[in-house]
Design a protein around this ligand. Structure first.
Ligand SMILES: Nc1ncnc2c1ncn2[C@@H]1O[C@H](COP(=O)(O)OP(=O)(O)O)[C@@H](O)[C@H]1O
Ligand SMILES: [Mg+2]
Length: 262
């Protein structure tokens, strides 16, 4: 199988001097569901931001479908960025706008600045937005303002906005950290189905080890900017979890599956 995403010795040092990533290497296949776990400050968000080039890595290679993202000029980068959808912990919606308007924002990467600012979307794009919202169970919410939605519904809008981009890769930074267990399960099930049914590669930063173990084809454990584990849920032992989280492990409660046993 060919890797859709390949990282080789990626490092990141912030202008403040903080070294957030050191020699990160891994590759991910098409349609794989990968979780990145690790304590606060491990570098998980930095890693996702480097992959979609919200920030520049300091060294190494990041390849999407074989093309090195770090060597792209602005124009190529703009074209490549639409292949990468992003989901955030706090949804990053425009709360005073309607659900469908927020979803259509996912098309902005395809438009020139002028068309985008005038909100010119084709009938086809609008129909597609409604289709996606239906598939995520939001058909009743299409014309509601986002500030009227629950957290779980807002996150589904975030997913719809990413999907209308027709991405190859979905990067999710703590997508369930602000949600209750029921809403979290809905979101995780949807992300899993996006990877398995639609063949979109999903990379999720997660704090909950049990969730990572339930959903992932591969888990990457990070600690202090480095990868300390890479493998399947079966390969992840209690010692591994203790190694990744240190003294935080007992607080997290590493017994597996309580709220997620199905
Ligand atoms: N914009 C920034 N400027 C300077 N240092 C940062 C910035 N963002 C994150 N860091 C630092 O980089 C390290 C990794 O942070 P982060 O990627 O947010 O970790 P995580 O998402 O795993 O909690 C931390 O030490 C953090 O303080
Ligand atoms: Mg983070």
């Amino acid at each position: 199988m060919t890797a859709i995403l390949e990282l080789k010795d990626v490092s990141k040092r912030y202008p403040t001097g903080t070294v957030a990533l050191t020699d990160i290497s891994f590759s991910v296949d098409k349609g794989q569901f990968v979780s990145i776990i690790g304590p606060s400050g491990a570098g998980k968000s930095t890693l996702l931001r480097c992959i979609n080039r919200l920030i520049d890595a300091s060294g190494g290679e990041i390849r999407l479908e074989g093309e090195n993202l770090m060597e792209m000029n602005k124009r190529t980068l703009r074209r490549t960025r639409v292949k990468i959808g992003m989901i955030f912990q706090h949804y990053n919606l425009v709360e005073r706008l309607s659900v469908i308007e927020n979803v259509l924002h996912g098309r902005l990467g395809y438009k020139n600045v002028f068309a985008g600012s005038l909100g010119i979307y084709s009938a086809e794009e609008k129909a597609k937005a409604i289709d996606i919202l239906q598939s995520l169970g939001l058909e009743e919410q299409v014309y509601k303002r986002c500030d009227q939605l629950s957290g779980g519904q807002k996150q589904r809008v975030g997913i719809a906005r990413a999907l209308i981009q027709e991405p190859k890769l979905l990067l999710c930074d703590e997508p369930i950290a602000s949600l209750d267990p029921n809403a979290s399960k809905v979101i995780m099930d949807q992300l899993r189905s996006i990877s398995k049914v639609m063949g979109i590669t999903v990379l999720v930063n997660l704090h909950q080890v049990d969730v990572a173990m339930k959903y992932s084809d591969m888990i990457i454990g990070m600690k202090k900017g480095g990868v300390v584990f890479k493998g399947s849920a079966e390969e992840m032992k209690d010692e591994t979890i203790f190694n990744i989280y240190g003294s935080e492990a007992s607080e997290l409660g590493i017994d597996i599956g309580e709220s997620y046993a199905s």
